[in-house]
Design a protein around this ligand. Structure first.
Ligand SMILES: [Zn+2]
Length: 395
């Protein structure tokens, strides 16, 4: 029979009871909760004396050890405010808890049962697994994803170790809470961004209070006809199609038939980090004559709110100089602009490098996630530059 580690886990009952202790319904599942005012705590674990059973019990003990100093309800409320999903919160707390347990010498935790994800495992699950098993097995994510995951897990594990070291009172509890939420936010973003982790690599902290700026639509005159687009859009007298040119009865070309022309909507981030030339606008309309092109960015004079300008529609474009003068250097309204895009005709393209910002042109992981979610819901394809879009289109 295997013995429990002799190193002391914080005595779960010490002044914190009562606990309702019961065998868990499954041999590879355990759960626990601290007692509340009106109900006993919960400690439900498998009773098997095999490695997995012992590991799960050790892990749940460690959870209670963490919760002794960090109120689980406070974590729950803060995570909700940061828009962290239940799954991400769980695995991040597991990551922290395992580091806590290992720092207290609970080596049994290393035997926690786990599945091995493969390439066909859905992305969110792979990320969750990576976090949950941090420090106890060697599964990694591809490329830049691993850099983000590693960073987030190290932040969380470090919090766990700090809690393990502080035997009685934790001095920097507030900073630890902040770090935990940042780690969770990084993981949540890693899941939301799928193929695009580069954007979140540089984040130093999150700012969940940050909001998008208000957006107003600016109308500019369409002074520049794009010949190629207009030609493609114009109906021409033909011998088939709806009757449109009755005066052509002499040669029989009384019918007009509009050729199938490519349309859709392109939304372009016009902030300082992006640049769009009139040649590029012309090139877009040559490929997509019926396209509506819009651009957005902050106001010219400040970054508290932003503007959206229709750059081209029905084959006509605004003056590039006037357009430049209408939009400032910040992003600020990526969210509202995306909401606008989601109401326009498909296909929808969003040309943006992913550096989305809110009021003051500040970035936040929460806003990055929201933008990516909007894009996904609206079936929006993102390109990081106009050239990238044109290259794709001309293939
Ligand atoms: Zn757990």
């Amino acid at each position: 029979m295997t013995q429990f580690s002799s190193v002391s886990v914080p005595a779960i009952a010490a002044g914190k009871g009562p606990f309702d202790v019961s065998p868990s319904p499954s041999p590879d599942f355990g759960c626990c909760a601290m007692p509340r005012k009106n109900r006993a705590g919960i400690f439900s674990v498998p009773v098997d004396m095999n490695k997995a059973g012992i590991a799960i019990r050790a892990h749940e003990y460690a959870h209670l050890g963490v919760f002794r100093t960090l109120d689980d309800m406070a974590i729950h409320r803060a995570a909700e405010k940061h828009r962290i999903s239940e799954n991400v919160k769980q695995v991040c707390m597991d990551c922290l808890t395992n580091a806590f347990g290992l720092a207290r010498g609970l080596e049994e935790i290393r035997n926690l049962p786990r599945e091995t994800p493969n390439d066909s495992t859905p992305w969110p699950e792979r990320v969750l697994h990576r976090v949950q098993t941090h420090g106890i097995d060697g599964i990694t994510l591809p490329g830049h994803h691993e850099v983000v995951a590693e960073r987030a897990c190290n932040i969380l594990a470090n919090c766990g170790r700090q809690l393990a070291r502080a035997r009685r009172r934790v001095k920097n509890k507030r900073q630890i809470m902040k770090d935990i939420l940042f780690g969770m936010s990084l993981i949540e973003s890693l899941i939301a961004l799928e193929g695009d982790s580069d954007v979140i690599l540089t984040f130093e902290h999150d700012n969940p209070e940050l909001q998008w700026g208000a957006m107003r639509e600016v109308r500019l005159p369409f002074v520049r006809p794009i010949t190629a687009a207009i030609r493609a859009l114009t109906r021409r007298p033909m011998y088939v199609g709806p009757l449109m040119y009755p005066h052509r009865y002499l040669d029989g070309a009384m019918f007009g038939l509009r050729r199938q022309v490519a349309g859709g909507t392109l939304l372009i981030d016009m902030s300082a980090s992006m640049d769009v030339t009139s040649d590029q606008i012309d090139a877009i309309l040559t490929h997509w004559p019926a396209a509506t092109i819009a651009a957005y960015g902050s106001e010219k004079r400040h970054c508290r709110s932003g503007v959206l300008v229709i750059v081209a529609r029905h084959g006509r474009a605004v003056d590039p100089g006037v357009l430049r003068d209408a939009i400032g250097a910040g992003n600020v309204v990526d969210g509202p602009a995306l909401r606008w895009l989601c109401e326009q005709s498909e296909p929808r393209i969003w040309v943006c490098d992913g550096w989305v910002t809110g009021i003051g042109d500040y970035m936040s992981l929460t806003l990055v996630r929201e933008a990516m979610q909007l894009a996904r819901q609206g079936k929006v394809t993102r390109c990081s530059s106009v050239d990238e879009f044109l290259k794709k289109e001309s293939l």
